[in-house]
Design a protein around this ligand. Structure first.
Ligand SMILES: CSC[C@@H](O)[C@@H](O)C(=O)COP(=O)(O)O
Length: 368
């Protein structure tokens, strides 16, 4: 699989190259962004997506602006505003922008300031790869502790693998570590309506890595719990508030409620860059509302060779003019979360000071 995102310098000039996730699993097509508006569009159409990768994309976007001599401040504002919920996007943008500003303030030439900005984006990319390795190890240790049987049946939602990360991802990376250790009996994959990140992307990553996996519709999860087939739920996060509330792909909260009812651990796996100490609680998290057409129309990935149509441009499944409610994320309150696994440690969000302590241990969340 090509990397989810890479920086390239062809003769025509530097570009950000994305693996177009709207085309998966049918086709592995790269999308070349030569300017910031193209990258903003790619973020908004979910060609590039998932919290950690959005941070990396934001940082490289600022670097692209610096290297190509676009207005860096304006580019940073456009990129940071492309989607509202994943805190990593603004974080990545701010880190790259801060590097550019610091270089300029120290008398750097535009070339030198651009080089410093690109170096910062590369650093963030690398840090995310390292965080991914660390959360995988910590997450597997936690699973082994919570589930002493050593044969884990894990349910996951949305897509949290290499497609959203500088490394192998977050929740998916834990499942992958369990698989490699011979302790993953099954990965249950929610299809993740309406844009099918589970069916299109997680099932694709699971197949590529040889995991024993089964896809289910989101609304089949209840019967799966009732049948006693789920040992743990592993999900990622787009923003974790200071009180431990977790915003993640819509459909996560119902899984947390089901997990609580069935006494199944509900574990959130995320890099510390996803923790936002500046957001006090779940109610303060801005939830992205997406077009109703994503619900009223079914969009299959484009067949190989055909032009991609993008989300919401498919077959109508509701009467023309039907209103649809389409929040991209929901918020799981801390009392439903068994543990949050980060590279800086594992905490229970209801433990006093747990999140604050993680933030203190990590220099990565201190940028304002
Ligand atoms: C490690 S990725 C965690 C989250 O970003 C992921 O679960 C998710 O909700 C992604 O949403 P998306 O709308 O596809 O960007």
């Amino acid at each position: 699989m090509p990397p989810a995102l890479r920086w390239a310098e062809p003769p025509e000039g530097p570009v950000v190259v994305l693996l177009d996730q709207t085309r998966l699993p049918t086709e592995e097509v790269e999308l070349v962004c030569t300017d910031v508006p193209a990258l903003v569009r790619a973020i908004q159409t979910l060609a590039v997506r998932g919290a950690p990768l959005l941070g990396i994309a934001g940082a490289y976007g600022v670097a692209l602006a610096a290297v190509r001599r676009f207005d860096v401040e304006e580019a940073a504002a456009q990129l940071a505003g492309a989607r509202p919920t994943a805190v990593n996007l603004g974080y990545g943008v701010r880190r790259a922008l801060a590097a550019h500003q610091a270089a300029a303030a120290n008398g750097a030439t535009p070339e030198e300031a651009a080089a410093a900005t690109l170096a910062e984006a590369r650093r963030l990319h690398q840090e995310d790869a390292e965080a991914s390795r660390a959360v995988a190890a910590r997450g597997l240790a936690l699973l082994d502790e919570l589930l002493p049987g050593g044969s884990h049946r894990v349910l996951t939602h949305c897509n949290t693998g290499a497609l959203v990360s500088g490394g192998e991802g977050t929740a998916f990376a834990v499942a992958l570590a369990a698989h490699r250790a011979g302790r993953l009996r099954r990965l249950w994959i929610d299809e993740t309506r309406p844009l099918l990140q589970g069916a299109r992307l997680t099932a694709y990553e699971a197949a590529r890595n040889g995991l024993a996996s089964t896809l289910l519709t989101d609304n089949a999860a209840g019967s799966l719990f009732a049948a006693g087939e789920v040992d743990a739920v592993l999900v990622g996060a787009d923003r974790i508030a200071a009180d431990g509330s977790v915003a993640n792909k819509v459909g996560t909260y119902p899984l947390a409620v089901l997990a609580k009812y069935h006494h199944v651990p509900f574990v959130v796996v995320a890099p510390v860059t996803t923790i936002d100490p500046g957001t006090p609680d779940g109610a303060s998290i801005e939830i992205e509302q997406r077009p109703g057409s994503e619900v009223t129309q079914l969009t299959a990935p484009a067949p190989a060779g055909a032009a991609a149509t993008g989300p919401g441009s498919g077959t109508l499944v509701a009467p023309l003019g039907t209103q649809a409610y389409n929040p991209a994320f929901d918020v799981t309150p801390p009392e439903l979360v068994t543990a949050i696994v980060t590279e800086a440690g594992v905490v229970s969000p209801v433990t006093a000071g747990g999140i604050a302590e993680l933030c203190a241990r990590s220099r990565q969340v201190t940028i304002s």
